[in-house]
Design a protein around this ligand. Structure first.
Ligand SMILES: *[C@@H]1O[C@H](CO)[C@@H](O)[C@H](O)[C@H]1NC(C)=O
Ligand SMILES: *[C@@H]1O[C@H](CO)[C@@H](O)[C@H](O)[C@H]1NC(C)=O
Ligand SMILES: *[C@@H]1O[C@H](CO)[C@@H](O)[C@H](O)[C@H]1NC(C)=O
Ligand SMILES: *[C@@H]1O[C@H](CO)[C@@H](O)[C@H](O)[C@H]1NC(C)=O
Length: 374
C-alpha cells in the first residue's frame, strides 16, 4: 500500500518500512538503536575476526540506556575544551580496553567513574579496541553523549605471536596486552595514565587516584606482599638462575595489573614495553609462568612498584581463575571493586547465579533489559 508522496521516489516508503522492520527484528529495540543504527549500517566494519568475537549478526549488540550528563563541580581545574584538551595538563587520562565480551563491564566502569568524580568533564577516556572500533565508538557515544574519549585501534598481530596459552583462555586475549603498548599508542604529550580493567567499578573520586605520587617508579598499584611469589612462576623459572636473578636484591610483591597508575614518560625512557616482550619471548621457549599478561609485569616491575592504598583495588571478587566461587569483600575502606578472577557480575546475573557482592555492581549496569521493552 504505497502512495506517491509529492515528488519523492516511489521506493522511499517501502524502503523505510523495510529497514524499520529489519531493525525491529534484528535488535532489541531501544530509542538509542534508532539513533545509532543508520550510522552502523553505513559504516559496517569487516567481519569480526577470531573466535572471541561475537558472530557477524548485528543482533549481538546489546542495548544500553543513555547515562545522565555529569558536570564539573566548582573546584575543578580548568580545562580548555575548545583547544587541544588531550594535552591539557589538567586532564585526567583513563585507559581501558573495549570489546564486545566485556562491553557491559566497561560501560558500568565508565558510569561508575563519572558518577563519583567531582570533575567528570576533566576525565578523558582512551579505549583500545581490536575489532569493530567504529561501532564501539558510536555505541559509547550514544550511551555517554557528553563523554570525552578516543578509540584507538589495537593491532592484535602485535602480540598474537608472543602469547603462550595460559590456565584460562580469557587471559590470553590479545587485548589484555594492550596495557603494555599504551606508551606507543597514546599521544606523546600524555605523561600519566590510569589503566583500568573492564570488570571493576570505582566508587570514589578517581581524581584522588590520579594524584598519587609515584616517587622514582614508573607504575603505582596496590601491592600484596603477603602472597608467596613462588607460585606465580614455574619450577623451571626458579631453577634457572639466569632467569630468577631478576628478583635478586628486590622485594617483589604481587600486584594486580588491572589497576595501575602509569608514568608514561618514565615508561618510554626505560622502554618497558621491550622488557615485557622479552619475558614473553622467554615464556614462549620455556614455560616460566601459568597466568596470562600478569607475570611479565611481575618480572619487570616486581619490587619497583609504588604502593597505593589497598582501597583502590578490592580484587578477586570474581573468585578464583578456575571455578569462580563467590568471594566476600576484604575488610577496610573501598574505593574500587574489582571482579578479577573467573566470575563476572554481568554473566552471573544473566545466569541467575549471582554472588552477594554482585549487588554492588548492579546499580552501574546500564544494559537495557530486553524485558523492559516488551
Ligand atoms: C582555548 O583554546 C582556544 C584554542 O586553542 C583559544 O583560542 C582560547 O583562547 C582558549 N580559551 C581560554 C579561555 O583559554
Ligand atoms: C595536540 O597537541 C599535541 C602536541 O602538542 C599533538 O601531538 C597532538 O597531535 C595534538 N592533537 C590534536 C588532536 O591536535
Ligand atoms: C613459598 O612457597 C614455597 C613453595 O610453595 C615454599 O618453599 C617457600 O618457603 C614459601 N616462601 C615463604 C616466604 O613462605
Ligand atoms: C636459563 O634461561 C636462559 C635464558 O632463557 C637460557 O638461555 C638457558 O639455556 C637456561 N638454562 C637452563 C639450564 O635451562
Amino acid at each position: 500500500m504505497v502512495h506517491r508522496q509529492g515528488n519523492r521516489p516511489l521506493l522511499t516508503w517501502p524502503l523505510i518500512i523495510l529497514s524499520l522492520l529489519s531493525l525491529v527484528s534484528a535488535t532489541r529495540v531501544s530509542p538509542f538503536d534508532f539513533r545509532v543504527r543508520p550510522e552502523l549500517h553505513s559504516d559496517r566494519s569487516p567481519e569480526p575476526q577470531g573466535p572471541q568475537s561475537y558472530a557477524a549478526s548485528e543482533s549481538a549488540w546489546p542495548s544500553f540506556r543513555e547515562a545522565p550528563v555529569f558536570r564539573n563541580g566548582r573546584r575543578c581545574a580548568f580545562v580548555n575544551r575548545t583547544g587541544n584538551d588531550t594535552c591539557d595538563p589538567n586532564s585526567v587520562h583513563i585507559a581501558m580496553t573495549l570489546d564486545v565480551e566485556y562491553l557491559r563491564g566497561s560501560i558500568a566502569a565508565i558510569f561508575s567513574i563519572l558518577k563519583h568524580t567531582a570533575c567528570p568533564e576533566n576525565v578523558i577516556f582512551h579505549f583500545f579496541a581490536a575489532n569493530r572500533d567504529e561501532e564501539l565508538r558510536f555505541l559509547v557515544c550514544s550511551i555517554f553523549p557528553f563523554l570525552r574519549f578516543k578509540v584507538y585501534h589495537f593491532d592484535e598481530a602485535l602480540v598474537n605471536s608472543r602469547i603462550s596459552p595460559s590456565v584460562r583462555p580469557a587471559l590470553d586475549h590479545p587485548l589484555n596486552y594492550a596495557r603494555s603498548y599504551m606508551s606507543d599508542i597514546l599521544e606523546p604529550c600524555i605523561q600519566r595514565v590510569i589503566y583500568l580493567d573492564s570488570d571493576l567499578i570505582v566508587v570514589d573520586d578517581i581524581v584522588k587516584l590520579w594524584g598519587t605520587k609515584l616517587g622514582p617508579h614508573a607504575i603505582g598499584a596496590p601491592e600484596y606482599c603477603h602472597t608467596n611469589m613462588t607460585k606465580y612462576f614455574t619450577d623451571a623459572f626458579w631453577a634457572n638462575r639466569t632467569l630468577s636473578r631478576i628478583f635478586d636484591g628486590k622485594k617483589p610483591c604481587y600486584f594486580n595489573t588491572g589497576v595501575m597508575v602509569m608514568d608514561m614518560t618514565k615508561w618510554r625512557i626505560a622502554n618497558y614495553r621491550a622488557e615485557i616482550e622479552h619475558w614473553m619471548g622467554v615464556q614462549s621457549r620455556t614455560r616460566i609462568y601459568e597466568l596470562g599478561s600478569l607475570p611479565p609485569f611481575l618480572l619487570v616491575f616486581g619490587g619497583l612498584v609504588e604502593p597505593i592504598d589497598h582501597r583502590w583495588n578490592q580484587h578477586g571478587l570474581g573468585g578464583d581463575n578456575l571455578e569462580g566461587k563467590c568471594r566476600s569483600l576484604h575488610p577496610g575502606p573501598v574505593s574500587l571493586l574489582h571482579w578479577s578472577g573467573k566470575g563476572k557480575p554481568w554473566i552471573r546475573i544473566d545466569q541467575k547465579k549471582t554472588c552477594p557482592v554482585d549487588s554492588l555492581w548492579v546499580p552501574y549496569d546500564l544494559l537495557l533489559s530486553p524485558l523492559s521493552y516488551q
